[in-house]
Design a protein around this ligand. Sequence first.
Ligand code: DPP
Ligand code: ZN
Length: 881
Amino acid sequence: APVIHRLDYQAPTYWIATVDLTLDLDPAKTLITSKMAVKRNATQAHGALVLHGEELTPLRVMIDGEPVSFRQDGNLLHIDAPDRDFELVIRNTCCPEKNTALSGLYTSGGGFFTQCEAEGFRRITYFLDRPDVMAVYTVLLRADKAKYPILLSNGNLVEQGDLDGGKHFAKWHDPFPKPSYLFAVVAADLVAREQRVVTRSGKEHLLQVYVRRGDLDKTEHAMNSLIASMIWDEARFKLPLDLERFMIVGVSDFNMGAMENKGLNIFNTSALLCSPATQTDADFQRVEAIVAHEYFHNWTGNRVTCRDWFQLSLKEGLTVFRDREFSMDMAGSPSARAVQRIQQVRNLRTMQFPEDAGTMAHSVRPDSYTEINNFYTATVYEKGAEVVGLYQTLLGREGFAQGMALYFERHDGQAVTCDDFAQAMADANPDSALASRLDAFKRWYSQPGTPQVTARGHYDAAAQTYTLTLTQRNPKAGEGAAPQLIPVRMGLVGAEGHALPLNLAGQASVGALETVLLLEQAEQSFTFTEVSSQPVPSLLRGFSAPVLLDDGLTDAERLTLLRHDADAFNRWEASQRLALRRLLDAVQSGQALELDIGFLDAMRAVLRDPQLDPAFKAEALRLPEAAYIAEQLPVVDPQAIHNAVEAAWDQLALALRDDWAWAFEAHQVEGGYRPTAEDAGRRALANLALALLVRGSAMLADPVWPGKAYQQVKDATNMTERFGALSALVQAHAGLADAALTHFHEQFAHDALVVDKWFMLQARTAERDGKVFERVKKLLQHPDFTLKNPNRARSLLVQFCNLNPGAFHRTDAGGYVLWADQVAALDAINPQVAARLARAMDRWSTLAEPFRSAAQEALKRLSERPTLSNDVREIVTKALE
Ligand code: DPP
Ligand code: ZN
């Protein structure tokens, strides 16, 4: 497959203004008739009309009512088309029931569903399947009425009725021109939760959440989240719902989390269904965020879309930023907001930093790809959201909102680029630091790699000055890469823990307690005056830029920040750095980890601090993830990291045993289940405490806490507590773990999303004596396991290979053999999911021996298979480059 380059973008030779689609839905052979108003694009030289089409059977092609000849060349259909506007009619068939890739039109649970982003529409009919071709769609659906009583497409229902032979039809019209990737169809036996809402302008809207019979009671949280999202977007950005009808549909076979099709969002059931009995607090939070994300796309993505797929972060980075802001506002208290930020950063460091350092490293706006599906990445989404956050840091909330307003004023209804967004932000704020540095700022879009920032301070007691020297480098950005614009939010903390007023030499700063320094050169110094005592710098507050910071602080200084920093994020960061230093020392020295009294006392103090929220404590007491630890090391021995982390947990479990017992008892939530940040925080801390109590018990051969946990698996009234107890037993390899797993499986065998959790937990368990690996191999044979359902495949394989390094990287290479076999098997079914699994080897070249050679060997063997999809081929080829 060819490499596609961003700079090769050309507008199309023809536009398509309207599409009239008729689908005669049949699982084995669906007949599609597409009537298109084709417009000549006079800015381009005349040439053949070349349409995309994949796995389709063409029946006939007509121009202005006359049959014309056509030529198929791989996945392209060449038509000799006139040098003018014309009407094009194409009839073709496709086979939904054989579509296991779940891209295009496919069947799931006896219904029809579509997924067209990025390039699925071409698997339904021949088209200019590119996001800059925006058309008005009218869709006529015909299908068996008994099997498919619900027929949905984008926009408004125009007409419906019965047909001969037990069939019926529905006609939908979407008044908004849209790219083909936002097209959607659903035909299935579903039921809906409905709500009518009136928005500020006085317009009434119908909101519907469609699911399979029996799941209706799990849709309340999604509906509430949708309404909250509507209210928030109007209040924060003055963006109202532009549709009379907004539908969400759940489907259990789905490659992504959810899809923002205009007016007809399609959701993976794992991102939609919620009930206290079957979903955890984290699930409730995730559903709220994804419902909001897809809803927010209606403006950032749909009303203004991407000119080409290189601009994907234009809509994804921006929409993730928007859903994060929403979630923080929903969480409420400053502490709950900080916890959200902590979780975002933990996720960024575990998922995106390794990506940015690995074989698939790419900039937020990539320059080339072979398979666009491989670029729905943590970099495009999460780092992209960080970059959008930088605008807000530089412009303030008001300035950012003005930039958004100008962006819509200029580009509503258009397909645009990341440059257009940056320009609108700058033009709306002409006197800002952004506007005067726009080219430098835009390096965030063009340069891959995580910038490495070093900070060193010097206190001059005689002169009462404190000089902070910041440097930056980004080796991954390549030779001669220019410095990036890095906003460093910071403050100075005095020895007694009070915030010091900031007087910055050369600036009219008047003693504020916090400021944002702009690091824009390779090295810069900032001198603060009238500093009466040696300060501790608190840098990169709220994680004000996505960089790796070496702050050079001592343990004592970090303890000061942990206790006193006014910024909750940096208090958490101090806890993580204290732990990280100890873990890295053990890994690098090859010595067994021994946690010192000073560290353990600090952790105990956090746990016992009456001023701190439980949710914050749960985050501060969690150790850094193995993937983040690995990113600090030039050569990675996954087993050494695993051993250090396990030893640290063991010691935290035993040294703080009484404190964990107190924490568990003191944070029980009374009364009915509520998914609030406050209750969820208490449950998170109680679950962490239980995990460490069971762990300690397993080491001490004490039956009490495992017994309590087992009882909780049986008796809990919500999934957060039930799954917390189950995880505690399984993660501790406690004697009761197997019985608890069996009990849990029997209780929830009928609920696919809970069975996914059951697989996931076993695949993610920290390795002990190879037992986890053996269990995963056995689970591959479990009657409930299948590669055909993406959720199930991911719950076992991605969890094990991509997210459990201590179990996956084995000296006998067993994990790699399993990986190569499963990637190949999955690739024959679903290339997108297989390519995700293939990325478990992204960081193979930094592995220590014998892992490195064995990983390379596995990659080579996989790459030599003749039948790999483009998706997996691109990942494997880049890994071996
Ligand atoms: N469905 C994916 C998302 O919303 C791709 N647009 O991020
Ligand atoms: Zn999105």
